[in-house]
Design a protein around this ligand. Sequence first.
Ligand code: CDP
Ligand code: CDP
Length: 231
Amino acid sequence: PDAPVVVAIDGPAGSGKSSVSKAVARRLGYRYLDTGAWYRALALHTLDADVDPEDSAAVIGSLDAFGGAFTVSLDPDVTAFTLGDRDVTDEIRGPRVTDVVSAVARVPEVRAWINETFRSLIADVDRPGIVVEGRDITTVVAPDAQARILLTASEAARMARRSAEFESHPAGDVAEQLQRRDRADSRVVDFMNAADGVTTVDSTHIDFDETVDAVVRVTESLTARNSHGSR
Ligand code: CDP
Ligand code: CDP
């Protein structure tokens, strides 16, 4: 029988992972998992609890409480993240969280705990499948995914897109924060180079719809090839 398809997508900040993955999931009727939202929500949880995000032991100590409080929607049509009974969907995208998220994400115990959660969410998914998006999905979380894609774009294109999204913030601040975060994150996982078997989609010179088309095409050709191979 056909197993649910897992589409793994990695890439740097502003490459279009979230928006493109969501649209691809909608198009294919798949579920959608935004792994960055988990790291962001954990960062917010530590800030709320007056835990210093740089204090690894304290962050690790807060994981169980976080796990009990955080809920996500896997429906690409419903973007909703709650912490306790609070909707934190917008707050986790804000500069206060963005500033400290890399610090909690570099703690190995945090990554191990969070990755176990992702793997069990993925294992529970029904057909037809799920799109999972982040930094280490193609390499660590779901290296066996039927489709593994690295979504890239030039730094200039990524900064321009991010600045357009955060119109109320000075463009220089957004760009500086993005560069600093990519540098910090790159020390923990490599999401700038495609691992073996990973297909690169470069969105620098194509628009949003063309990027979605490209990812759908790659996914369809990889899943078709894999199912032929197993016959
Ligand atoms: O949307 P954007 O690319 O700005 O970031 P995100 O995907 O929401 O991820 C936020 C942060 O979570 C990143 O800067 C990383 O520090 C961390 N992250 C990670 O370490 N591994 C993942 N699989 C996803 C996110
Ligand atoms: O999740 P990640 O940080 O990788 O990127 P995103 O938040 O999904 O995308 C950043 C912005 O780039 C969004 O506003 C997308 O609509 C836009 N985008 C674009 O203008 N052209 C593309 N080819 C892909 C994304």
